[in-house]
Design a protein around this ligand. Structure first.
Ligand SMILES: [Cu+2]
Length: 325
């Protein structure tokens, strides 16, 4: 057989395999499971891959035999019965067995999980902890080695919650609540993303799950439960007034103030979060200024209007927003 202009098929297949398999700690990958759900699913993946591989190898062997083997008499019916019915039935039965046992292993049945409600919005995640009575956005802190139960909803269109390393991929369906139990083994940051096209900024709808030791988690909860501090300086008071005048409160909540909108991320502890705009940029005073003055420059199509402010007003507003920790 003539090769296509020097590309060796084996080599290109190998490269193709590498593109899917080379990951680092920073890449959220289903091949690096960090919790029991993801580990069970990866095992199932390998089992299905092996079974598919066996089926494929047997098929190719029979095909090769048919093409090049020594012709022998024999009963055609036997080929059909063994090759067409018995062999596939055995493979499918094994597949069925492993799939069902994986589903059983990951079906969350813990009695006392930590419940976290996640509502998908174009293009951010609203996160609340009913047990502790507060809300936040885009960043979900969890204690490691404790069963977590997600209650997934949507405020507008279909979204999907995907956390590759922890094995969760579930749709957020308008009008329905999907629940899912999981736990994380390792205290680290897990990147997740929306995996159902939900509009123009779908690709910038990331989320960060932060697995923490219980004590660190408790500390985080205690801080999130606090209301925002009242402005203490002239500048931050001016910033707060601008925040109210600029209509930010129509959409946003800052607990402890008169700002109680509920169609945008809760800003009470804005600066405790690592990113802005659902992972589109790191949270720093520079990007915060850029975001408030022109969110569309950072996240085109975002459902937040640009604030029409003078430099002095923007400065004061930023000074106030910096107090939200
Ligand atoms: Cu989405």
């Amino acid at each position: 057989m003539k090769r296509l202009s020097g590309v060796r098929p084996a080599w290109s297949l190998f490269l193709l395999w590498l593109t899917g398999c080379v990951t680092t700690d920073q890449t959220p990958s289903t091949l690096h499971p960090q919790g029991y759900v993801a580990a069970e699913m990866l095992t199932l993946t390998y089992i299905l891959l092996a079974l598919g591989g066996i089926g494929f190898a047997v098929f190719i062997a029979v095909l090769a035999y048919g093409l090049w083997g020594k012709p022998r008499g024999g009963n055609l019916h036997n080929w059909i019965i063994w090759g067409g019915i018995v062999f596939p039935a055995i493979l499918l039965a094994i597949t069925y067995f492993f799939t069902i046992s994986t589903l059983r292993a990951i079906a969350g049945t813990a009695d006392d999980p930590l419940i976290i409600e996640v509502v998908g919005n174009q293009y951010w995640w609203q996160v609340s902890y009913p047990e502790f009575g507060f809300e936040t956005a885009n960043e979900i802190h969890i204690p490691i080695n404790r069963p977590i139960q997600l209650e997934l909803k949507s405020a507008d269109v279909y979204h999907a919650f995907w956390l590759p390393e922890l094995g969760i991929k579930r749709d957020l369906v308008p009008g329905t609540t999907n629940t899912y139990q999981f736990s994380a083994d390792v205290a680290k940051q897990y990147w997740g993303l929306c995996s159902e096209f939900c509009g123009i900024q779908h690709a910038n709808m990331l989320l960060l799950v932060i697995g923490q030791e219980q004590a660190d988690f408790d500390q985080w909860v205690a801080n999130q439960q606090q209301d925002a501090p009242a402005p203490t300086t002239e500048l931050t008071q001016r910033g707060y007034d601008i925040y109210i005048d600029a209509q930010c409160a129509l959409c946003h909540t800052i607990r402890g103030t008169e700002s109680a909108g509920n169609t945008a991320p809760d800003l009470t502890h804005l600066n405790s979060r690592l990113t802005l705009g659902a992972g589109v940029t790191r949270n720093s005073i520079g990007s915060l200024g850029g975001w408030v003055a022109n969110p569309h420059g950072i996240k085109p199509g975002v459902l937040m209007p640009a604030a029409q402010l003078t430099g002095e007003e923007l400065n004061a507003l930023l000074a106030y927003l910096q107090t939200l920790r």
